[in-house]
Design a protein around this ligand. Structure first.
Ligand SMILES: [Zn+2]
Length: 304
């Protein structure tokens, strides 16, 4: 019986977060079990800014040999239009080793960003010192992640609710304005530069795919698309994602074909409650996976 709540389910999901991401709570085991149950036959783990969870993901993959595991990461970079999320697929163990300076830069960025939020709010008279932020992080992040990454920034979803609960702001709508006011007291660091991250990543044979591009592309502004294709050294585009209006998916796909780019799709799941229902939830057809698989280094996959 098909579930009417599931608009689409692809045979692959190349954008998934685990609890090793600062803003996610799902375990790799939950994702592999859900993929296996739903018949999603290939998944990529793409945690925000890090590869710290790939070992745990490999353990889960070993228990689910029917699901191909692609090693990846979602790296946010600073470029001429601001910050852009890049789904990076095909991180071999050798690439992971060679890219240590990149991982270190992101670990440092996460700690500096978190510290700047605390500092800015403290300067405004709110009790959001580092120990308070640590309490909040410990309320949802695994100990193992904290011990590797230190005191990172906090998921907006939880930080927003906590600020309301503590009376920092009367409603969640005031969250953005509060953070902007805090920024005046302590500047938050920009994400690592595209020109530092992407050439290094690509040198290792990793595929650089622009994530959920509708906003970055201003829907389908060709000048913007060309600018980002060159500046971000694109190998592909995440043409299918919940935030991409379905009418844009074929437009992006045609543009990919014109430029020899790959097309990808993913659900971008972060939280427990959605997993069983939404894994593989995107409209990308099988042929996109076939094209991507042909470009992925063998040692960046398991159960292939
Ligand atoms: Zn994501």
């Amino acid at each position: 019986m098909s579930d009417p709540r599931i608009a689409a389910r692809a045979s692959y999901d190349l954008h998934l977060h685990t609890c090793w991401s600062y803003d996610a709570m799902t375990t790799a085991e939950e994702l592999f079990a859900a993929a296996s149950a739903a018949g999603v036959r290939r998944i990529a783990i793409t945690d925000h800014h890090i590869v710290d969870g790939l070992g745990e993901a490999a353990e889960a993959a070993a228990k689910h040999p029917d699901v191909t595991f692609v090693r990846g990461a979602e790296l946010t970079v600073t470029c001429s239009i601001g910050s852009v999320d890049m789904v990076c697929l095909g991180i071999t163990p050798q690439a992971e080793e060679a890219l240590k300076p990149v991982w270190e830069a992101y670990h440092e960025w996460q700690r500096e960003y978190g510290a700047a939020v605390s500092k800015g709010l403290c300067a405004m008279g709110f009790d959001y010192s580092d120990p308070r932020r640590e309490e909040l992080l410990r309320s949802y992040r695994p100990e193992a992640a904290l011990s590797v990454q230190g005191l990172t920034h906090v998921a907006n979803k939880l930080q927003r609710a906590w600020f309301v609960e503590r009376g920092f702001i009367p409603t969640e709508e005031e969250y953005g304005p509060l953070l902007r006011a805090a920024e005046k007291h302590a500047r938050r660091p920009a994400y690592p530069a595209a020109e530092f991250v992407l050439p290094a990543v690509k040198e290792q044979g990793v595929l650089a795919i622009i994530a959920h591009p509708a906003g970055y592309f201003q829907r389908d502004d060709r000048d913007r698309m060309e600018l980002l294709r060159e500046e971000l050294l694109l190998d592909g585009v995440e043409c299918a994602h919940q935030s991409v209006p379905p009418e844009l998916t074929p437009i992006y796909r045609t543009w990919c074909e014109q430029h020899g780019l790959l097309s990808s799709g993913g659900s971008d799941l972060h939280w427990h409650e959605d997993v069983a229902e939404r894994i593989g939830g995107h409209i990308g057809p099988d042929e996109w996976w076939t094209e991507i698989e042909a470009r992925l280094p063998r040692s960046s996959m398991m159960n292939a």
